[in-house]
Ligand binder design. Structure first.
Ligand SMILES: Nc1ncnc2c1ncn2[C@@H]1O[C@H](COP(=O)(O)OP(=O)(O)O)[C@@H](O)[C@H]1O
Ligand SMILES: [Mg+2]
Length: 222
């Protein structure tokens, strides 16, 4: 088996990515179920989210077991719909800590891509913003800027930010500053975005916040 830098085996790395991605939807289900148990009442608006996150977990498992973890299944979809879908999933988590995501789009932005993989990407990026919230209320602003051949998605937070040294290490596999972190989220995002023919950049200032700039071609050139 191929040995990589730092002694991490290729298969181990894929397995770590898989468990990291599987934990995201399961943690959301757990959060919603916990709230209903605490309140001893069923909130029917949470049920479609739980159902969709269970389905997402099953999909991630079958992708991994069919060795298609990074294989893209392209379809046409509206980027606004996708972003609203991710934001809806995370809404409660944000509300609980009085954090907010601002995303106001009134039109549709169609593109060709793998909806589910990109859902994981935006989920990871918004979760990172959430985890970077400081003392002040977190505000995350999501914007789409349209160019002739591609979209640029900007995700700006007013969280703890990063030093220039930390910023340089962004995207390095297993790089994390969190006690319970894995350092696999951004490297996963980069890989998925790269496979779409796009790119992912970070801008950040310590104590001021972070901006993620993600470009996605409307249609990948082969
Ligand atoms: N929005 C952000 N604000 C500040 N730091 C961030 C942000 N997003 C990512 N980071 C930094 O990048 C590191 C790597 O992120 P990631 O690959 O998602 O792994 P993890 O979240 O498990 O630490 C984080 O530990 C954090 O230091
Ligand atoms: Mg992360």
């Amino acid at each position: 088996m191929k040995e990589e830098k730092g002694g991490v085996l290729l298969r181990d790395r894929e397995f770590h990515q898989f468990t990291h991605e599987l934990k995201n939807p399961l943690a959301i289900c757990n959060g919603y179920l916990e709230i209903m148990l605490q309140k001893k009442s069923i909130n029917s608006s949470y049920l479609p989210i739980i159902k969709s996150e269970v389905q997402r977990s099953l999909d991630i498992i079958s992708l991994y077991s069919n060795r298609k973890f990074f294989t893209l299944e392209m379809e046409e979809f509206d980027l606004v719909y996708l972003l609203e879908d991710v934001i809806e999933t995370l809404k409660l988590l944000f509300l609980e800590s009085q954090s907010k995501i601002l995303f106001l789009e009134t039109r549709e932005y169609y593109m060709l891509g793998d909806y589910n993989r990109l859902k994981q990407v935006f989920f990871n990026l918004l979760k990172n913003a959430y985890e970077a919230r400081g003392e002040n209320h977190l505000l995350v602003v999501v914007r789409i800027v349209e160019f002739p051949d591609y979209y640029q998605i900007q995700i700006t937070d007013n969280g703890i930010g990063m030093t220039a040294k930390e910023l340089r290490r962004i995207g390095e596999e297993y790089y994390t500053t969190k006690e319970e972190g894995t350092g696999l989220g951004i490297s996963y995002c980069k890989e998925v975005v790269r496979r779409h023919g796009g790119d992912l950049f970070y801008q950040s200032r310590k104590s001021l916040g972070t901006r993620v700039l993600l470009t996605l071609p409307k249609r990948k050139k082969s």
